[in-house]
Design a protein around this ligand. Structure first.
Ligand code: HEM
Length: 324
């Protein structure tokens, strides 16, 4: 749902989502001549803050590292790679939820599982510190012009876990982990909040709720609805985690904020040259975590939720649950 603030923001500035596909507007540029070992180096080497030929080259490196992924539970059979990512996320989330007492889902699960599973699939050396290192880097990713020594140190460790070469291919892999970090945690958190405060959904995984067996080709009974995929679709429509992004004119004008909140959720993963290349991966990872939450019959310890302070993100700060 588009909030009044989002609408007023766009209206006041006279900008709309068309600007995301307008060649006259670019992501605000970052300094390029910066030293290795710093967050400025990461910003200067990833697709996210690049334009033109450098953007195309860096985005291709990111897409190659991610690997192609089909949608979950599509008619004609689910994509095997998407299912593998979802399974890995479900198994790790189940493990993390299987502790006695209450679990704070955002810190313990939503900010850990996607980072670890994605890092494994990108071929990094994954340790108990991986998610926290990605978190330290993500926290300073948009802090342009600031020096955050802890983030520089975390970046240096992640580069080492990628093989130790400070090049664009390494930046692409770390960029993927960082882009995934807050957005996927927000997607999981907002969908979990919806599940935990709404009517109890069917916990059994399977194709989407609108799947109907074709009697001419499919003699099996219609499978159970996919509760997690359904929750994600509703969340992306009504409570998306990424609410806005910045663009500036090519001639270097001041950045303006473009709202990504629409009545149908069509901009939840952005649009144009910078549209999210990880949307299928994000859905698969989030679905796996939600599968585990739903299967464990988790319940919120107290009503209500507070959000991380951010203009462009909507990520629950904490969701404390008890599980059966
Ligand atoms: C596995 C998880 C994810 C990965 C690997 C990922 C990766 C990326 C990357 C690399 C970019 C920059 C692309 C470019 O500049 O060319 C990007 C952009 C974007 N991502 Fe994702 N992402 C993930 C999850 C999400 C989620 C959950 C959301 C929100 C629902 C999201 C929303 C966006 C948006 C809106 C942009 C465009 C930003 C802009 O145009 O300024 N991403 N993503």
């Amino acid at each position: 749902m588009q909030t009044l603030d989002d609408m007023e923001d766009s209206a006041r500035l006279g900008v709309g989502p068309d600007l995301l596909t307008d060649p006259g507007w670019v992501v605000p540029p970052v300094p390029e001549d910066v030293p290795e070992g710093t967050m400025a180096w990461l910003r200067a080497r990833v697709a996210r803050f690049s334009s033109g030929g450098a953007h195309a080259r860096r985005r291709a490196l990111a897409a190659e590292a991610l690997g192609s992924l089909g949608a979950l539970g599509v008619l004609g059979g689910p994509d095997a790679n998407a299912e593998a990512l979802r399974d890995a996320a479900r198994i790790r989330a189940r493990e993390l939820l299987s502790v006695p007492g209450t679990v704070e889902v955002m810190t313990r699960v939503a900010r850990v599982v996607p980072a670890e599973v994605l890092a494994t699939s990108l071929g990094l050396r994954v340790t108990a510190d991986t998610a926290a290192l990605v978190g330290d880097v993500a926290g300073a990713y948009h802090a342009h012009g600031e020096t955050v020594p802890a983030a520089d140190r975390a970046l240096t460790r992640l580069v080492a876990d990628c093989g130790g070469t400070w090049d664009e291919a390494t930046a692409a892999r770390i960029g993927l982990l960082v882009q995934a970090y807050d957005a996927t945690a927000g997607l999981i958190g907002n969908a979990a909040y919806l599940a935990l405060t709404g009517p109890a959904p069917d916990p059994s995984p399977g194709p989407p709720a609108d799947y109907v067996a074709d009697p001419t080709t499919d003699s099996a009974p219609a499978p159970a609805p996919d509760a997690a995929a359904d929750l994600l679709a509703r969340t992306l429509r009504t409570d998306p985690p990424v609410r806005g992004t910045l663009r500036a004119t090519v001639d270097g004008g001041d950045p303006v904020r473009v709202s990504l909140v629409t009545p149908d959720g069509s901009l939840a993963f952005g649009a144009g040259a910078h549209a999210c290349p990880g949307h299928a991966h994000a859905r698969a990872l989030a679905a796996g975590v939600l599968d585990a939450l739903l299967a464990r019959g988790c319940r919120l310890v107290r009503p209500g939720v507070a959000y991380e302070p951010s203009v462009n993100l909507r990520v629950p700060a904490a969701l404390e649950v008890t599980c059966a």
